[in-house]
Design a binder for this molecule. Structure first.
Ligand code: SAM
Length: 287
């Protein structure tokens, strides 16, 4: 992982007379080096479909389209659509959709645009919806191969946290269930216009084709993980009571079956341990 020092030598034009909307998380990338880090980090190939979230005025879009087989960029702010179409005038493999990414059917989009290569998601995400966007691609985009995106550093730290650390949360284990995560670089505030209040980082998520742990019921596994993190600093046995539907004795029994000390705290368990625990709890439920 590289730390990026941040020069603004290569400031793009654009943004002139444009009123940035804070409510849409509009902090446009100004730094060519960071732009290249995202694009190089995502390994876009000639046969690949690239889905870009929030292209803005096209900082990543034009170069990404130049590298890809096909690019589809989804932008909510309709004022940016003519700007993007103008920037992409020479790229007939690029399509701009004026839509809300959270309301877009990702599976259908991929099925309607088959490619011989990989499906790559890229973007400098609108920070107010970072986690829902990432979870949407992980849960719905079965054939997505990689997700290489900029996010607030705090979220990146959370997604890459080790079990037992204070940054580790239910979301850490959930994203780890779906993908292998690599940190590409940290990015200073100065790389954006307008400058955000927080530092940023770029992560690459390589979506797993097989889950790393065995589970018959993913939703229940995730419920167990969430409940394990509900009462931080309390014992796992107390925390798991928030699941509902189990007596204290049943929870104790499931923990014993799973070989997990009931006095441990939920945030110290790894995904494998949660999977064994969820299996034991489910068996109890089915009895
Ligand atoms: N990619 C550009 C860049 O790096 O300069 C812009 C990035 S800016 C952080 C986030 C972009 O996402 C903005 O253009 C914003 O309008 C767009 N956006 C915000 N909410 C969105 C949503 N729900 N669906 C699609 N795009 C959205």
């Amino acid at each position: 992982m590289e730390h990026y020092s941040g020069s603004q030598k290569n400031k793009r034009k654009g943004g002139k007379n444009f009123r940035f909307l804070k409510s849409l998380g509009q902090n446009f990338l100004q730094d060519e080096e960071v732009i290249l880090k995202i694009l190089d980090g995502s390994d876009i190939g000639r046969d690949d479909l690239v889905i870009e979230v929030g292209p803005g005025d096209g900082a990543l879009t034009v170069e990404a389209a130049g590298r890809a087989g096909k690019l589809i960029a989804i932008e909510l702010d309709k004022r940016l659509i003519p700007v993007l179409n103008a920037a992409l005038i020479n790229r007939d493999n690029a399509e701009i959709l004026n839509a809300d990414i959270l309301k877009t059917d990702i599976g259908a989009l991929i099925r309607e645009n088959p490619v011989p290569g990989k499906v790559r998601v890229i973007g400098n995400l609108p920070y107010y919806i970072t986690t829902p966007i990432i979870m949407k691609f992980l849960e719905e985009g079965e054939s997505v191969d990689t997700i290489t995106v900029m996010m607030q550093k705090e979220v990146a730290d959370r997604l890459t946290a080790a079990p037992g650390t204070k940054e580790c949360g239910a979301i850490t284990l959930e994203t780890g269930y779906f993908a292998e995560i690599t940190r590409i670089c940290d990015v200073p505030k100065e790389a954006f216009m307008p400058m955000p209040k927080v530092e940023s980082a770029v992560l690459r998520l390589d979506v797993r084709r097989e889950p790393p742990v065995e589970t018959e019921d993913r939703k229940f596994l995730f419920d167990v993980i969430k409940s394990g993190f509900t009462l931080r600093r309390k014992t796992l046995r107390n925390s798991l009571m928030t699941l509902g539907g189990f007596t204290r004795e049943q929870i104790g029994q499931a923990l014993e079956e799973a070989g997990i000390d009931p006095a441990r705290r939920g945030e110290t368990l790894d995904l494998e341990e949660y999977a064994v625990l969820a299996k034991a709890l489910r068996r109890m439920k089915d009895q």
